[in-house]
Design a protein around this ligand. Sequence first.
Ligand code: GLY
Length: 402
Amino acid sequence: MKGLSKLLGLSVLLAVGCGSPSADKGNFIEENVANAAQQLTLQTDLIEQSGRILNPRTTKADGSIQYIPIDDWTSGFFPGTMWYIYRLTDDPKWLPLAKKYTEALDSVQYLTWHHDVGFMIGCSYLNGYRFDSLPAYKDVIVQAARSLATRYRPGARTIQSWNVDRGWQSERGWKCPVIIDNMMNLELLFEASLLSGDTTLWNIAVNHANTTMANHFRPDNSCYHVVDYDPETGAVRARQTAQGYADESAWARGQAWALYGYTLCYRYTKDERYLKQAEKVANFIFNNKNLPADLVPYWDYDAPNIPNEPRDVSAAACTASALYELSTYVPDKGYKEKADKIMESLSSPAYRAPVGTNNNFILMHSVGSIPHGQEIDVPLNYADYYYLEALLRKRSLEQNTK
Ligand code: GLY
């Protein structure tokens, strides 16, 4: 419980000195929470009417909702969104839905064929454990972390993100591909270590963060998407991209994962190197000449046809959430103001869908993977998840609540 109380204490501790919220700030949060609750009510009504447990991810090419199986990497976000809307509204109607959609992921705790079990179980079960103290969830969290730990390659001191024996990954000649996204999955390892006392999980997270810090970043502090290692020796075999514009470009969501990932590593370890790394990524993002004035990035900072390129709202939402946490560790560098600006943009009609549109997702204009021709300028469940997380963090900071 140490990790849990530390995390929950964060918002209370750092809200001190923020002053009373202005009426505008209060209205901003309330209005956006009410809007999200209306959209999510429509979404869950559809699911409940189906008589099944469905997990919405995005909009398909034919305009209908894409529902996903539980082993999809995004399966934790919709259950996680239920926990956040429950927390943001205090409306008990969300609790049975949050539990039901979370518990539908039960068998994910044993998933070992990719690294995203951290997203899947972290967003669902870990939030449930935090918000509703459900003791049975602890065992799932610890088992999921053990499943993730099976992907640790001690020779390279890193967690292998993707298998290389199937799909398009098998065509790249990789041996041990590690993607920057993997930083997000370390939260599960840190929490599971605190919950179980198993220090192996903690050490794997630290080793992974250190290896990534050594090899994923360029001199300008942007990061590569994929680094491929020799799993026996740890030698770097290649630095490439999968979802970015080019191997040497800065894929927008990758920068967001890096910012969030090193901020969370600092939360658990208090290692200053991780804080500095997070700040370096923030500096890259906010000094980038291609970052638009509304702070919602194009899908890649080096996309060839800027300004005629799709934005990626999912990157902006994840960045805002990370910046709220970073602002609690470094209060004097304007990180909260940057996050506020992103949230204002995302909550404007340019990005927030009118109720009853957008297949009941909250935000429009995200990008899944342009190189794969998938999910271009669509809603994405993880954009909505990090947006609500950011709203909750903003509220905690401004209103001295959890
Ligand atoms: N983790 C996969 C993505 O960011 O698209």
